[in-house]
Design a binder for this molecule. Sequence first.
Ligand SMILES: [Zn+2]
Length: 142
Amino acid sequence: MELRARATGYAGMLDYDFVIEHIPGKDNIIADHLSHSRECFAVEAIEPSILAQIKAAQNKDEATIWEEWQQKGAIKGPDDVWRWNDVPIVPEVPELRRLIIDYAHRRHERQNTSVSNAKKMGFWSGQPNEVRAAVKRCPHSS
Ligand SMILES: [Zn+2]
């Protein structure tokens, strides 16, 4: 089952198509997501802008020494985003890291899956432990 819908003007900022996928054996979670739609939609709407937010954070970041990253093998791509092993490097901006963790765990998958989701979205040191801690704290995950 796949529900397609269109949300317009939610909170004055959303105008996008979204898909709610059926995840076998996890019907409860779908219902849970729907009942927590405000939270869920806020997270779903963020996806296209996460990379843009990482890029903005990199540009504003004065603590990171990109030359050091470069020496370790980081590459600034044609889109002006610094990446480490092809994954955007996320500066120490707690709200942004939190956002990535929440997005990585949006389907309430278990720790290892959420860790692997987060790894694809952005890199920072210590991320796996932060993701595991967030999954443990999540009231919707068993
Ligand atoms: Zn969860």
